[in-house]
Design a protein. Structure first.
Length: 369
């Protein structure tokens, strides 16, 4: 394919209207094409039968509709599906569909790998290569619908989207926002703002910027009740400590009352799961109207962490609940296919050399022990 073809999956409504305006077409062409791409899953302009034949031929010359290619599919005993998708240059990302009685949630990736180096996350161990394009983000939703043989126009199986896969979404701001625009676009997927959740470790300048352009739900990866421990688990905390993060969350919530913030807390055996940790967390949570998701740690090779025992997770939850904080223990899904929270790894050509550094550090520790 010619390299100069425009991938229309990279364009939200505004971008698509500009694309047609540059070619002397009316704005309503954007509406027509949006419906064909997203509601009917069509990627061949010849099939867009309410466009003139001449326009379809012109589009075929200058544009394309190209999502990442699914190269493998794994199905969990609990119904969870994990897809590996191949990108250009040999990288792979992973996308997960989680079916429940009242919803179907797609967990999408925003970067190839992740640069934040959270110590308990398999994605972070893979290092970082690049940001995903808008086409590669929204293309995960497009490809998942096609893999499940679903036309969103006729049947909505994916009802919720969470940007909780590989990467830090706020470090890929523009492409993520365009993708979320398409998720909410009435003529595309038409998801409400409360059915889209962006997960972040707390990139504060981008979080403040997000408030100006979006009001999707927010999930903040907290994982510790004090800076000393969070510095170890989430190194970004050294740049944006907890007090600044909570202030940014309050700004995001604003006074309108239309936004939602959830704090995520992975439960690590003997690390952050004591009653004292819970009591400290209570004091933090009183600063921001929110709820807490407790996430049992999902093991992966070489992590160095263990999952907190269920009784300790429940005792932790009870301390928060008794303090009036809505607290949910997330049910682990897809762990038998490495599709659970924190387990997504894909295949990353690591520009950060993180894997090599970790291996070198391990060899040094062995020599010193």
């Amino acid at each position: 394919m010619p390299e100069d073809k425009v991938n229309l999956l990279n364009l939200d409504r505004a971008g698509l209207e500009a694309f047609f305006a540059e070619r002397g077409e009316k704005p309503f062409r954007a509406t027509q094409v949006l419906k064909w791409i997203y509601q009917y899953g069509v990627d061949d302009f010849a099939g867009m039968t309410n466009l003139s034949k001449a326009l379809r031929e012109r589009l075929a010359e200058v544009a394309e509709i190209r999502a990442p290619e699914i190269v493998s599919e794994h199905r969990s005993d609990d119904g969870t599906i994990k897809w590996a998708l191949r990108l250009d240059s040999g990288n792979h990302i992973e996308t997960v569909f989680i079916p429940e009685d009242d919803r179907g949630t797609l967990c999408v990736s925003s970067q190839v790998g992740c640069a934040l180096e959270c110590s308990f996350c398999a994605t972070a161990r893979q290092g970082f290569n690049r940001n995903l394009t808008t086409a590669e983000i929204i293309g995960q939703l497009w490809a998942a619908n096609r893999a499940m043989q679903v036309r969103p126009r006729e049947e909505r199986v994916i009802t919720n989207v969470v940007l909780m896969g590989m990467g830090e979404p706020l470090l890929n701001f523009d492409n993520v926002v365009r993708a979320m625009n398409l998720m909410q676009e009435d003529n595309a997927y038409g998801l409400s703002k409360r059915r889209i959740t962006l997960s972040t470790s707390g990139v504060i300048p981008a979080l403040d910027r997000l408030r100006e352009v979006s009001d999707v739900s927010l999930a903040v990866s907290l994982h510790a009740p004090d800076d000393a421990l969070r510095n170890e688990l989430v190194p970004l905390n050294r740049k944006y400590p907890i007090a600044e993060l909570l202030a940014a969350c309050r700004r995001y919530l604003g006074e309108e009352g239309s936004r939602r913030v959830t704090f995520e807390y992975v439960m690590l055996d003997g690390v952050n799961d004591s009653p004292e940790h819970a009591r400290r967390l209570v004091k933090l949570m009183r600063q921001v109207p929110s709820k807490v998701n407790l996430i049992p740690f999902n093991p992966f090779a070489g992590s160095g962490y263990r999952t907190s025992p269920p009784e300790r997770v429940e005792a932790f939850r009870q301390i928060l609940m008794q303090a009036g904080i809505v607290t949910i223990t997330r049910k682990t899904r897809g762990d038998d296919i490495d599709a659970a929270c924190g387990q997504l790894a894909g295949r990353v050509q690591d520009r950060t050399r993180r894997t090599q550094r970790l291996q070198a550090e391990g060899r040094l520790a062995e020599r010193l022990s």
